[in-house]
Design a protein around this ligand. Structure first.
Ligand code: SF4
Ligand code: SF4
Ligand code: SF4
Length: 311
């Protein structure tokens, strides 16, 4: 797998990030890790989580589809970084064993394009608003992070996400949710997300969302023949930390057409209208989850006992 630092390939960009990249990654990563670690200490209600999101100072990812060749280096690096099975096989969809993938799309004229798909790390995430137990949280550093210890497996986040991102592990008796967490395990140590570091074509860039928007606007302004005049994620669903540039209109590449209105606003409204249903489902799911966990632990203990007896 070719691994070339993205800043090398993008050296000719009009606007260079002003902050030392490594220092930025280190600070962002430490922040995300600290935020994840201190999750229990903050207000985790859906409304608070949705409104305490990042601004343009927080981390983001810019994906330039005009530079993507569909080599799949990013998707394979993602698998390796997240200890997923079959790290040599390019995934064809998001799943519990693939947090990102590269889809092949055709525009209206029949021309082919490759699109890296992953969590958009929304500024006002509907998944966070829909989660009744605070298992998902928008960190101030940019990433939407997941706490499996809190998850009860109700899958409300799956229904709420306008991008169809969270996946459920049906093979696991504890059925956990899976999604990209912007590689906080790497950025905490001063590294870029694995997909960014793996892209040999400079199609991916990690940095402050505000800087990425400036760079994206400059690319459109200086090369209007190359880009559609649209930064996807600047405003969609209230804005996202993952931004896209494309040579053709995004709706031709199966990007959902969304208004500037936050989807979390609607999700919160629905949740407020159905507290009894939500609480009932949450209670049932919690009970089932605890029951399965107990059975799982019981099975493991039995297995250990029988192994001891065999010895
Ligand atoms: S894309 Fe979906 S899973 Fe990712 S932050 Fe937005 S709502 Fe949540
Ligand atoms: S940021 Fe990390 S988890 Fe997310 S798509 Fe890239 S490699 Fe995968
Ligand atoms: S590594 Fe870069 S060029 Fe290759 S598929 Fe991913 S985004 Fe596209």
């Amino acid at each position: 797998m070719a691994r070339t630092h993205s800043s090398t390939a993008q050296g000719a960009d009009v606007c260079a990030a002003t902050l030392n990249r490594r220092e930025f990654v280190r600070r962002a990563g430490m922040g995300v890790a600290a935020a994840a670690t201190c999750a229990l200490l903050v207000d985790r209600t859906p409304a608070a989580a949705a409104t305490a999101g990042p601004d343009d100072e927080a981390a983001g990812i810019l994906i330039d589809l005009t530079r993507c060749t569909g080599c799949n280096s990013c998707a394979l690096a993602c698998k390796v970084a997240n200890y997923m099975p079959n790290p040599e096989t390019p995934p064809q969809e998001l799943s519990s064993s693939a947090l990102s993938y590269v889809s092949l799309e055709q525009d209206a004229s029949g021309a082919s394009f490759h699109v890296k798909r992953q969590c958009m790390h929304c500024l006002h995430p509907a998944c966070v608003s829909a989660c009744t137990v605070g298992a998902l949280r928008k960190s101030a550093e940019g990433a939407v992070v997941y706490d499996s210890d809190k998850c009860i497996g109700c899958r409300y986040c799956q229904y709420a996400c306008p991008f169809g991102v969270p996946t459920y592990d049906w093979d696991n008796p504890l059925g956990l949710i899976h999604k990209c967490q912007m590689c906080f395990q790497r950025t905490a140590h001063g590294e870029e997300p694995a997909c960014i570091a793996a892209c040999p074509n400079g199609a991916l860039r990690f940095g402050r969302r505000g800087d990425l928007l400036v760079q994206a606007r400059a690319r459109i302004r200086t090369q209007p023949e190359r880009y559609a005049d649209h930064i996807y994620g600047e405003h969609e669903a209230g804005g996202t930390s993952v931004l896209y540039l494309s040579p053709v209109p995004f709706d031709q590449l199966r990007f959902p057409v969304l208004s500037d209105r936050t989807v979390s606003h609607d999700a919160e409204a629905v949740m407020k209208m159905t507290p009894a249903v939500a609480l009932t489902v949450a209670s049932l799911a919690t009970g089932l989850h605890l029951m399965l966990r107990r059975c799982h632990q019981h099975d493991a203990t039995q297995s250990e006992c029988s192994n001891d007896e065999e010895v």
